[in-house]
Design a protein around this ligand. Structure first.
Ligand code: ADE
Length: 228
């Protein structure tokens, strides 16, 4: 899978997508991630990418020219399945959307900034608008990193069997069960007996029951979907 991210702040994305599992996925060639500076596509002599809003006092707006140039440049090279815009007024991102995106071949993520983007960009170029939560970030870069991270770890071969994405929280509307490691007892705090039993069937049943209990308690909204 290939992900092209277009941003005014490429530096922000250097670190989160260059560590651990995502880094390994890139090295193995399972995910190709390219970060493009929007300024490189500006026809302005000062490389400006924003301008004043036609509605007075509304703050700076990302202009259409550099965005169109960036998208068209990429589209000349290959077809894209989805052109995503990160924005707090987009559709709330969830595991289901991550699963859907992980099946695509090529996607572009345009990071929002300033007071938004010229509406013509959204109307004519963007195929999907995504928010990562009901709060406002200073820009869409962290949202793009969140989306990319959650999608890349789902790609075949990225996770080992042990860390398989199939057992993730949310994959079937249930939260993951609690986990423990050695020592079996620490300052009087004990690991549940059943985990030391060596009985895989009993342990699996216990894990499933724990998932249900946790989901009921911590995320009743999810539990409704699970039992629903
Ligand atoms: N840009 C600013 N806030 C955002 C959010 N919550 N989700 C996606 N992009 C954003």
């Amino acid at each position: 899978m290939r992900i092209d991210i277009i941003t005014v702040l490429p530096e922000i994305l250097e670190s989160p997508l260059n560590h651990s599992i995502v880094k390994r996925a890139r090295e193995k060639g399972l995910a190709e991630i390219h970060v493009h500076s929007l300024r490189d596509f500006s026809s302005d002599k000062h490389r400006r990418v924003d301008d004043y809003s036609f509605s007075k006092g509304a703050g700076m707006v990302m202009a259409i020219q550099p965005i169109e140039k960036a998208i068209e440049t990429l589209k000349k090279e290959r077809d894209y399945d989805e052109i995503i815009f990160t924005t707090p007024d987009g559709k709330l991102f969830d595991q289901k959307e991550a699963n859907t995106l992980s099946l695509k071949k090529n996607i572009i993520i345009l990071c929002g900034h300033y007071k938004g983007v010229d509406q013509r960009v959204r109307d004519h170029f963007i195929t999907k608008e995504i928010s990562i939560g009901d709060y406002v970030l200073t820009g869409g870069e962290l949202a793009a990193a969140v989306i990319t991270d959650s999608v890349v770890r789902l790609l075949p071969g990225v996770l080992s069997d042990e860390t398989s994405a199939l057992t993730d929280s949310f994959q079937d509307y249930l939260l993951s069960p609690p986990v423990y490691t050695r020592p079996a007892e620490y300052k009087g705090m004990k690991v549940p007996e059943i985990l030391l039993s060596g009985n895989d069937k009993l342990i699996d049943d216990w894990k499933h029951q724990q998932s249900i209990e946790r989901t009921k308690k911590l995320r009743p909204d999810l539990y409704k979907k699970y039992s629903g």
